[in-house]
Design a protein around this ligand. Structure first.
Ligand SMILES: Cc1cc2nc3c(=O)[nH]c(=O)nc-3n(C[C@H](O)[C@H](O)[C@H](O)COP(=O)(O)OP(=O)(O)OC[C@H]3O[C@@H](n4cnc5c(N)ncnc54)[C@H](O)[C@@H]3O)c2cc1C
Length: 264
């Protein structure tokens, strides 16, 4: 089987998000990042397939250099190669520009039989990158896959649907996003690999390495632009009722009636 490629995203650690007031984009440089939690099942699926079919797992991420510790952690989990796509020209990319860069990097890694991604990120949450990347590569896209295996040279995928499960047979190569509920057990990194990773650095690729069209990158290559970003303020107003227990019950019933929450 040809290699498996996994795309992972570094997302802001909850509570550490800063927005650029000029461009209305997230300030990703120097931001504390965690691995997008939905990408762990994709990695687990790749590593299980690696064990079964004795194939190579290559992990790529597009983002600023602070993604490197996450890629090193992924190497410790068992990935064979880690690659960071990082260039100032990528800043401000929307999902289409991101998918374009990923697709070009994936093309360079050909031949491959499978690209795995998380179902969606926990910051952008569009779930657009996997199908957009598949479309740009011109190969089939399957979403919300919970199991995947090879039979007579074809991928057999089990997809989670609203009404049950669906089994699909598809010719490789494909892009699949993995269901967050695919696995009960997700492996921790191995000690041997954690020691090895100290000297392991990701391959860093820039615009010049990927033969990219500058018009399709960053803010200028992004058809969706953020017009405004604002912080949602949640105000809770407390109401203190006073009186005897009987009076309090009466007052409470009146309030609930006024709000239409009870009728009698
Ligand atoms: C309308 C709109 C406008 C935006 N405009 C801007 C902007 O102007 N500037 C800006 O900085 N950001 C912008 N973003 C955010 C930017 O689009 C996302 O960071 C990025 O494109 C990934 O989209 P997502 O987080 O929704 O990923 P999803 O599609 O939800 O992610 C699904 C999976 O795709 C893979 N994936 C996603 N991103 C990456 C990545 N970078 N590297 C590797 N794998 C990845 C992962 O496996 C992930 O689990 C915008 C988003 C939207 C919706």
């Amino acid at each position: 089987m040809e290699k498996i490629i996994v795309c992972i995203k570094g997302v802001p650690k909850p509570g550490s998000i800063k927005v650029d007031p000029e461009t209305h984009t997230l300030k990703r440089e120097n931001m504390e990042l965690i691995l997008n939690p939905n990408d762990r099942p994709a990695l687990e699926m790749a590593l299980r397939l690696k064990n079964t079919y004795n194939t190579e797992v290559v992990v790529i991420s597009m983002g600023p250099p602070n993604v490197i510790p996450l890629l090193k952690y992924i190497y410790a989990l068992g990935a064979d190669q880690i690659i960071l796509l990082s260039d100032r020209a990528f800043a401000g990319s929307d999902t289409l520009a991101t998918s374009y860069v990923l697709a070009k990097a994936i093309e360079k890694l050909s031949p491959f039989s499978l690209v795995l991604m998380g179902l969606k990120s926990i910051d952008g949450e569009t779930a657009q990158v996997p199908p957009e990347t598949a479309s740009l590569l011109g190969i089939p896209s399957l979403t919300n896959v919970k199991d995947l295996f090879m039979e007579r040279g074809k991928w057999i995928a089990i997809r989670e649907m609203d009404y049950g499960e669906e089994e699909i047979e598809v010719t490789p190569p494909i892009v699949a996003s993995v269901s967050p509920l695919a696995f009960d057990y997700i492996r921790p990194p191995s000690l041997k690999r954690l020691l090895e990773v100290k000297t392991k650095e990701p391959l860093i690729c820039q615009v010049k390495d990927l033969n990219l069209d500058p018009q399709r990158l960053g803010l200028q290559g992004s058809p969706t632009q953020v017009i405004e970003v604002f912080e949602k303020k949640i105000e809770t107003k407390g109401l203190v009722l006073e009186g005897s227990p009987e009076e309090l019950v009466e007052k409470l019933i009146e309030i609930l009636k006024d709000k239409g929450l009870i009728k009698f």
